[in-house]
Write a protein that binds this ligand. Structure first.
Ligand code: GDG
Length: 731
């Protein structure tokens, strides 16, 4: 989730809506992952007052959130960009506090949270981005306690003395603490955040861990730490290596009159970027004769930004006045002091500019990271060029071989510029090589992987079977009798829209067959599916034990099975049916399905708003009329059941029935957590995919489960052959 979607809207010639992908670093980093995990991106499409239906773009579901033009003014231009932005950037410009802006911020954050709650699968991982959405984690957690929530703050987090000016300082912190993991650019930002939490909430913190208490009174651990963002370095280098881009870089140098030194600044026109400080230092060097326009020129790209916010209008006037003065004082007919461009350029032109520039000036007064600095480094495959970098940009924590400056110290900036202009080639390339190593070692893919690994336990992101799991399987296989209990959908079979279409992957089918034939091994399927539906995918005649409907229906042989509800349960079922029919009846796209001991309310074909509304209403009424009834959240479905049972209950029953010495359990769903909780130290739990889990091991998907089961069968077979397991065959 981010304020802006990674797509731009346009209108086709025939009046229909069209979408183009904006190729930002975030999209590049997350695209493969989102595609692989059936991901959705929730955000605002960039046009006010227009509603768009969710759609697919390049394999990613796009879920547009609507903003009115009044909300755009109050939530986005107002609270986000004229309250939070200046406050979080050291109050370089005074923040404005308006209660109506805050109210709009709350309202819009709630809309985002609801949109995510409506589309996230059970146990999904939701990654919320940036300061516009700081209330979303808490709101989302209360709507969907099952999802795992990460938050990343792209801008700095200010010291307490500044942060505490915010009239809504407690609400914002509380909003963020709804997340499981809160990521910052710098270690200093994470420290500022943790200190603010201690001051305002008194929670205990140890290192990155904060022990919070949720509104329901339950303790929970939140992690707050730094994850410095980066760029897709390889793709930037590839761009710079293109012959047409190199040709263009040469052309730029020629058009500027082939000066000895070209200096470059590339920034959004923002008061945090220190553009004025840069121009001032350069102007003084020209005035003092330390530099001359015959030898040196400055190219400044200032891309238009937030042009309806007063402080940005004033900044533009100020910068353009300074540029005009400098050119008036020092430019000649053949040499300009500054070439200033107030417009955006395509990425290709940016790469050519980076290649053409001998010195890159990044003089931000405060900047979360500053990706321009990293892009410059990535583009310089020739290991040339000098980076002058502000200490107040997050990038300076990593890019130590740049010439680091304090932009407020104008004399210091001037000396740094002179050092850059005069730096010998050998030193330039030594520094640039070190900078490049850093940027390529820590690119945006590493960044997102390490964030997600911390959030979800991570192995989910990689393929294959981890080494420590292999040895645990070997150990497990040596037990005398073994129960292999498996969830079906998402574990043996990939998730599909129609349950009837689900099939276990081939390797898993083979491995299960082998396990069934091995002495001392029992195999069970433990599923949320009703038993009838489970029988479609596994045959009890083959010896598979079945536990359906989260353990309400357990089949331990190949005879038929009916479950008998007692009269109290039947009465509850009747009430439940009445309530659900009343709520779902009038709403198109919702329907009720009969379950062995309850009912399921489906909202898959309703609009997201209707779906959320119907679910919320149903939950509230059922909780009131039938307190204690089991309710399960699924993707676009709510399941109510009059008999309380969990997969944990099912597993306990199966363990007792088989008398197994050890249990292997694998599952991907939140409901599988009840089963993991049943496992003892000699058992082995395997979580499939991302999401918080009590399982000891984790793999990516059904293909990996197949490999794991095959390994287990191999170990077991060879243990039998060597008489290590004293199973029935050995007796
Ligand atoms: C925020 C934080 C943090 C700029 N002009 C043009 C253009 N750009 C591209 C740059 C770069 C990006 O925009 C700017 O990123 P920065 O990191 O420099 O700064 P912010 O926009 O303030 O970003 C910042 C970042 O979030 C990520 O977390 O680093 O601290 O403030 O990629 O190349 N791109 C094109 N034409 C332009 O005219 N194509």
């Amino acid at each position: 989730m981010s304020n802006r979607l990674p797509v731009d809207h346009f209108v086709n010639d025939d009046g229909t809506d069209g979408w183009s992908t904006s190729p930002g670093g975030l999209v590049t980093a997350l695209e493969p992952l989102m595609r692989a995990s059936d991901g959705a991106w929730v955000g605002w499409p960039g046009v006010a007052d227009k509603e768009f239906e969710p759609f697919e773009n390049d394999g990613i579901s796009i879920v547009p959130v609507t903003l009115s033009s009044a909300e755009l003014e109050e939530y986005y231009e107002g609270f986000s960009n004229d309250t939070l932005w200046p406050l979080y950037h050291d109050v370089i410009s005074p923040p404005a506090f308006h209660r109506e802006w805050w109210e709009a911020y709350v309202r819009v954050n709630r809309r985002f949270a609801e949109a995510a709650a409506a589309v996230a699968a059970t146990g999904a991982t939701v990654w919320v981005h940036d300061y516009q959405l700081q209330l979303v984690p808490r709101m989302l957690r209360s709507l969907r306690p099952d999802v795992v929530i990460g938050f990343f703050n792209h801008i700095p987090f200010p010291p307490y003395g500044i942060y505490s000016q915010l009239p809504w300082r407690k609400q914002i912190l509380d909003g963020l603490l709804g997340a499981d993991l809160i990521g910052f650019q710098r270690i200093a930002d994470a420290g500022n955040f943790t200190r603010a939490v201690r001051r305002l909430f008194g929670y205990a913190t140890r290192g990155a861990a904060i022990d919070v208490v949720d509104p329901d009174g339950r303790p929970r651990r939140v992690i707050a730490k730094q994850f410095p963002i980066s760029i897709d370095a390889a793709s930037f280098e590839n761009l710079a290596r293109r012959p047409d881009i190199q040709e263009r870089a040469k052309q730029i140098r020629e058009d500027l009159g082939n000066p000895k030194t070209i200096m470059l600044g590339v920034d959004r026109l923002d008061y945090t970027k220190g553009i004025g400080h840069r121009i001032k230092a350069y102007g003084e060097l020209l005035r003092e004769g330390r530099l001359s326009v015959e030898d040196v020129t400055l190219v400044q790209v200032a891309s238009p930004s937030r042009e309806r916010v007063g402080a940005y209008m004033a900044l533009r006037d100020e910068i353009e006045l300074a540029v005009g003065r400098l050119n008036g004082d020092y430019s000649t007919i053949s040499n300009s002091a500054i070439s200033y461009y107030h417009r955006g350029y395509p990425r290709e032109e940016m790469a050519a500019l980076y290649l053409a520039a001998d010195v890159m000036l990044v003089t931000a007064l405060r900047d979360g990271m500053n990706l321009v600095a990293k892009e410059y480094v990535a583009a310089r495959f020739d290991a040339d060029g000098v980076l002058v970098l502000s200490e107040f940009a997050g990038a300076s924590d990593e890019l130590k071989q740049a010439i680091l400056i304090n932009p407020h110290d104008i004399e210091g900036v001037k000396n740094a510029i002179m050092q850059a202009v005069e730096m010998p080639k050998r030193e330039r390339s030594r520094r640039m090589r070190a900078l490049r190593k850093r940027v390529f070692d820590n690119d945006v893919a590493t960044w997102s992987a390490s964030f997600l690994e911390t959030l979800t336990g991570g192995a989910a992101v990689q393929g294959g079977v981890p080494e420590n799991l292999v040895s645990a399987l070997r150990e497990l296989s040596a037990n005398e009798t073994l129960l292999v209990a498996l969830d079906f959908d998402g574990t043996l079979a990939p998730h599909v829209d129609e349950p009837d279409d689900a099939r276990a992957v081939e390797g898993a089918q083979d491995a299960v067959k082998r396990l069934l034939e091995l002495p001392g091994v029992r195999v069970a399927l433990v599923s949320g599916r009703a038993l009838v539906s489970l029988r479609q995918v596994a045959d009890p005649a083959d010896g598979v034990l079945l536990a359906g409907s989260h353990g309400i229906e357990v089949q331990l042989d190949d005879s038929g099975l009916e479950i008998d509800l007692d009269s109290a349960e039947l009465e509850q079922l009747e009430t439940l049916a009445r309530v659900l029919e009343r709520i779902s009846g009038p709403v198109a796209g919702t329907w009720i399905e009969k379950k062995p001991a309850g009912l399921a309310l489906h909202t898959r074909q309703a609009t997201p708003e209707d779906g959320i509304g119907v679910q919320r209403e149903a939950k509230a009424q059922v909780e009131e009329l039938l307190p204690g009834l089991t309710i399960r959240d699924g993707k676009n479905v709510l399941e109510f059941s009059v008999r309380a049972s969990t997969k944990g209950d099912a597993l306990a029953q199966l363990r007792e029935h088989t008398g197994a010495d050890a249990v292997f359990y694998a599952g991907d769903d939140v409901t599988d957590e009840d089963a993991f909780a049943e496992l003892g130290p000699d058992d082995l739990g395997l979580k499939i995919g991302p999401g918080a889990s009590g399982a000891r091991f984790r793999v990516r998907g059904p293909e990996e489960v197949a490999q794991v089961l095959a390994l287990l069968a191999d170990f077991r077979a060879s243990a039998d052959a060597h008489g290590e397991a004293n199973g029935p065959s050995a007796e």
